[in-house]
Design a protein around this ligand. Structure first.
Ligand SMILES: Nc1ncnc2c1ncn2[C@@H]1O[C@H](COP(=O)(O)OP(=O)(O)O)[C@@H](O)[C@H]1O
Ligand SMILES: [Mg+2]
Length: 426
């Protein structure tokens, strides 16, 4: 264009800086709106996951209308946010298009004037206009690409935010493998708080011999779960040390540590897949006969073989639903197969009916033999056979001893016992 007619080109290019400024302004606005609209969309997604995950609760409280209202409100805000950024893009399209059209008008006026002055021929003008027409597409492409780029920038910011989150528990550089565990556990003056919250554990010291069964009792909120969760390093204590076989657990790799600790929690999550896959969870290759042996020990073989497809029965979101007691026994089979020297049972039987409880209890007995066990239980019947009972209160161990010893002392544990005993009689 410059070669063909530099006067015309410089005249039409007067408009270019104005366009650049406008496109930049729209881009910034679009970035803000996109961020907002993406936040809205993620709120909406979080809400849906939450509500459908807790659909039983919603139904039990007849909260459908309430949830529908909440959803409608959020969806409306989501729609508005989207609408505003679409509106902006539409406006940008019109404004930039108008400027483009104006430059064409200027071009024709100037071209006409030059022709009337005899400085330009008709054919010269046509070849110039053709060159301009070739330029229009790249310009509008650049504009729309720039909008997309700005929207992408908003997404990128969110991704960077996520990637920047540092895990709280990190392996020391060059951490060694945890050697095969014998099962000796030691807590040394352990003090812990969640983040900047109040102290949940205060100077807890504890020594457990290999193969010992230790029961933790105490009111809910006393810190029992927190105490056992320090062992697989779900959290790190702020003061003190936790040792397994004399090795500080913060000096070994997480994988080698966690592989040697079995956990049977209160609520067992099953993953979509077959029962066999769920029992052999985390192992890419497994022997089906091992899985079956584990299931037998866990009192799970009976109900599993009643399914038409046995161990290949699909469970989880797309499969059959298992009862709490059945899930619990799957979790026990998992632990049997893993064969850890250290075992954590966190209220593993507290959500069960008495029939499953007997089956689960029996399975747990088999699982516990020959391992160091931390057992947290509400029902003192489960606790009585432990080698040692620790009573926790407000992050401290206030009493320790066998069932008989603690009853004789006639303090906190004896009170618990009397309470439960009388409630059972009622
Ligand atoms: N993830 C967490 N973040 C913040 N506080 C927590 C968390 N888990 C537990 N707590 C708090 O720590 C205290 C001890 O909880 P927990 O160890 O679960 O007690 P227990 O198992 O004895 O019922 C409670 O006051 C509880 O509110
Ligand atoms: Mg707990």
């Amino acid at each position: 264009m410059v070669y063909l007619n530099w006067q015309l080109t410089s005249a039409t290019l007067v408009i270019a800086p104005l366009m650049a400024v406008l496109i930049g302004w729209f881009g910034e606005k679009l970035l803000i709106f996109s961020r907002y609209s993406q936040n809205r969309a993620s709120n909406l997604a979080a809400m849906l996951t939450e509500v459908f995950g807790g659909i039983r609760l919603v139904q039990a409280f007849s909260a459908q209308d309430y949830e529908i209202n909440r959803f409608t409100l959020e969806a409306e805000q989501n729609r508005r946010a989207r609408f505003r950024s679409e509106q902006l893009k539409a406006l940008q399209f019109v404004v930039v298009g108008f400027l483009e059209a104006m430059s064409v008008v200027v071009l024709f006026l100037l071209g006409g004037w030059q022709i009337s002055q005899g400085n330009l021929t008709g054919s010269g003008f046509i070849s110039y206009v053709t060159a301009v027409a070739l330029l229009i597409d790249p310009i509008s492409l650049t504009t729309s690409n720039y909008s997309e780029f700005k929207q992408g920038e908003a997404s990128w910011d969110r991704i960077v935010e996520l990637l920047a989150i540092e895990p709280q528990v990190v392996e020391k550089p060059g951490a060694a493998e945890m050697p095969p565990v014998q099962g000796q556990v030691e807590y040394n003056q352990v003090t812990f708080a969640y983040g900047t919250g109040p102290l949940v554990l205060q100077q807890v010291s504890l020594q457990v011999k290999p193969g010992e069964i230790v029961a933790l009792v105490g009111a809910s909120g006393a810190g029992k779960t927190t105490l056992v969760n320090l062992l697989p390093r779900f959290y790190d204590c702020q003061q003190g040390t936790v040792l397994i076989d004399g090795t500080d657990i913060q000096t070994v790799t997480l994988e080698s540590l966690r592989r040697q600790i079995g956990i049977v929690p209160q609520d067992v999550n099953l993953f979509s897949g077959t029962i066999a896959q769920n029992i052999a969870f985390g192992q890419a290759y497994y022997d089906l006969t091992d899985v079956e042996t584990a299931a037998r020990i866990a009192n799970a073989h009976g109900f599993i073989s009643e399914f038409a497809s046995g161990y290949q029965t699909v469970v989880g979101e797309r499969g059959v639903n298992l009862s709490g007691g059945q899930r619990q026994r799957i979790a026990i089979a998992r632990a049997v197969l893993l064969d850890p020297k250290i075992l954590i049972l966190d209220e593993a039987t507290s959500a069960l009916d008495s029939e499953s409880e007997a089956l689960v209890q029996e399975a747990l007995e088999r699982l516990m033999t020959g391992r160091t066990v931390f057992i947290i239980a509400h029902r003192l019947a489960t606790v009585q056979r432990a080698n040692r009972i620790l009573v926790m209160e407000q992050g401290q161990i206030i009493e320790a001893g066998t069932h008989g010893e603690l009853l004789q002392r006639g303090q906190r544990y004896a009170q618990f016992y009397a309470q439960q005993f009388s409630s059972q009689l009622l």
